[in-house]
Structures are given as structure tokens and as C-alpha cells.
Design a protein around this ligand. Structure first.
Ligand code: 8Y4
Length: 274
């Protein structure tokens, strides 16, 4: 069985540590420096209790410009290979490009995390062929313009319908049901109010029958409420993870691994009590 499915079978909240390999994530430009700092960061997150590491080489921040396949491969593959040489930690490849997904899995990645929900030509087919778990996320619009006046009839119902359609597309392409995870995509074409509606009603997504992943860590839905810069958003992000857990969230994509792991351990301790 796949390592991700083994973790999910443990029936506890899982923490996915975020590892960015975009050049602006590192002080130095050199290839060796960037790979070794990425490996160090991964080791630190593993020591802090991360269940998996999500590795991405394409910035999906609002306003970000697209990156070529070659550039993305150059950034992520050496990092996946280097982490895999040192550890059997679950590795997730954060990419929307089928070629990057394939090379990442060959290099040792265990699952695909796609903010574009496998809508690129050939993406569902590659994931079916690789027979690996996938996370399909909702986004309205594209990163460059997604925060320009996002609109929904009903944000929860609209996103639930979209994810249902993507689950059906995955199944039709031959991806097995047990390999599908879903994510409402906090911050991806949503206003502050819409993000909080999604958090409040996260339990609605459980009906789709797939584990729910949430990525709220350090996002503007935390920073705006607190009036806090990115480094000052830890407690707010942990609170959001706990709230998401109470509404059925199963996997948590976070920057601050140790505080999130601690908070979710307390949640688990209560969950298993009489
Ligand atoms: C501060 C910190 C400001 C982080 C913005 C951000 C998700 C994701 C991202 C997510 C899944 C980000 C790759 C955006 N968010 N994948 N990826 N779910 N599955 N922004 O919510 O972290 S990148």
C-alpha cells in the first residue's frame, strides 16, 4: 500500500510541512546552497513531527508569474532526490504540470498536490498511470488575477460542486477513489468573508467521501484579522488548524510544524477520550 494511505489509516490528523524551492525562498543563488538549505529545512520539519513534506517550485502567490517545466524540474527534482537519500518521509509534489509530477514520482515523491485540480492536459492520466494519491484543490481564476473580485452564488455549495466534478474526472481517468483527497483552496480566489465561511462550514466537504486537506497557514485570512505580518501569524494559523480539525479537516499544510503538531496532538487526545 502507498505510504500516504498508510498514514491516513492511522486515523489521526496529519501535518504536511511546506518546503518552497522558489529562488526567493533562499538567500543564496547557488544550486548546491539551495538544495542543501532545502534538505536542512526538511530535516528540521521531520524532527518537529511532520508526517509529510510538500515540495513546490512554482509560486502560486497572488500576482505570481508562471514558471516553465524546465525551471520547475531544475528546482524540485534535486531536492526530492536529496531528501529521499536521507529519509523515507512521505514527499508530496506541489505542481500542476504532468511532466513535473512524473519526474517527481520517479525521483521518490509519494503523492501529487495540485492547486489546479489536475485540469492540465494529461494530468489525470499521468496520476492514474502512476497510481499515487492526489490532492485536488479549488481555485477560482488563476494566481495572477484570482483576488480581483472573486464571486460565488454560495461559496460552500459552489466549491463542493466543483470538487465533486473534479473527483468524477479523476475517477473517469482511472484514479482510484482511495487515492483522492480534496481541498477547498483557502485564499485562492476568495474574499476574507468567503474564506471564513469555508472554514465554518468545512464539514460540508466530508460528504464527498474523500479526506479533506486544508492550507490556511500564514495566509492573509490570518494576517488581515490580526493585522500581522507573515512571521507573526503562528498562533492564528494554529487556531485555524484546530478549528478546521473540529470540522473534519484531516491533513494540514503548514509552515510552523512544531506548534501545529502540538495543538493537533491535544485535539487527538480529546477525540479518543470517552
Ligand atoms: C502567506 C503564506 C501568504 C502562504 C500566502 C501563502 C495551498 C496549496 C498553496 C492550499 C493545497 C500559500 C501549494 C499558497 N496553498 N496546496 N498550495 N492547499 N493543497 N500562500 O491551501 O501557501 S501555496
Amino acid at each position: 500500500m502507498n505510504k500516504v494511505l498508510n498514514l491516513l489509516a492511522e486515523n489521526r490528523p496529519l501535518v504536511m510541512g511546506i518546503l518552497n524551492t522558489t529562488p526567493d525562498s533562499f538567500s543564496d543563488g547557488g544550486q548546491y546552497d539551495s538544495v542543501s538549505s532545502a534538505v536542512d529545512r526538511a530535516s528540521q520539519m521531520i524532527a518537529e513531527g511532520a508526517d509529510m513534506i510538500d515540495i513546490g517550485g512554482e509560486s502560486t502567490r497572488p500576482g505570481a508569474e508562471p514558471v516553465s517545466v524546465e525551471e520547475e524540474v531544475q528546482r524540485v527534482i534535486p531536492v526530492i532526490q536529496a531528501i529521499r537519500r536521507q529519509s523515507d518521509i512521505v514527499i508530496s509534489i506541489d505542481s500542476s504540470k504532468p511532466e513535473v509530477m512524473k519526474q517527481a514520482v520517479i525521483a521518490g515523491a509519494d503523492m501529487v498536490n495540485d492547486v489546479n485540480a489536475l485540469q492540465a492536459a494529461g494530468a489525470t492520466a499521468i496520476c492514474a498511470e502512476l497510481d499515487i494519491p492526489v490532492c485536488v484543490m479549488h481555485m477560482q481564476g488563476e494566481p495572477r488575477t484570482m483576488q480581483h473580485n472573486p464571486q460565488y452564488i454560495n461559496v460552500v455549495a459552489d466549491i463542493k460542486y466543483y470538487l465533486q466534478q473534479r473527483i468524477e474526472a479523476c475517477l473517469a481517468a482511472g484514479i482510484r477513489q482511495e487515492n483522492i483527497m480534496i481541498d477547498p483552496g483557502f485564499g485562492f480566489g476568495k474574499t476574507l468573508e468567503q474564506n471564513y465561511s469555508l472554514l465554518k462550514h468545512l464539514d460540508a466537504f466530508e460528504e464527498l467521501g474523500c479526506p479533506v486537506l486544508v492550507g490556511i497557514s500564514r495566509k492573509s485570512m490570518i494576517g488581515t484579522v490580526l493585522g500581522a505580518e507573515v512571521e507573526e501569524r503562528v498562533a492564528g494559523s494554529v487556531a485555524a488548524a484546530v478549528l478546521a480539525y473540529t470540522r473534519g479537516g484531516r491533513l494540514f499544510r503548514v509552515h510552523d510544524v512544531k506548534p501545529t503538531v502540538d495543538a493537533l496532538r491535544i485535539c487527538s487526545a480529546m477525540s479518543v477520550a470517552e
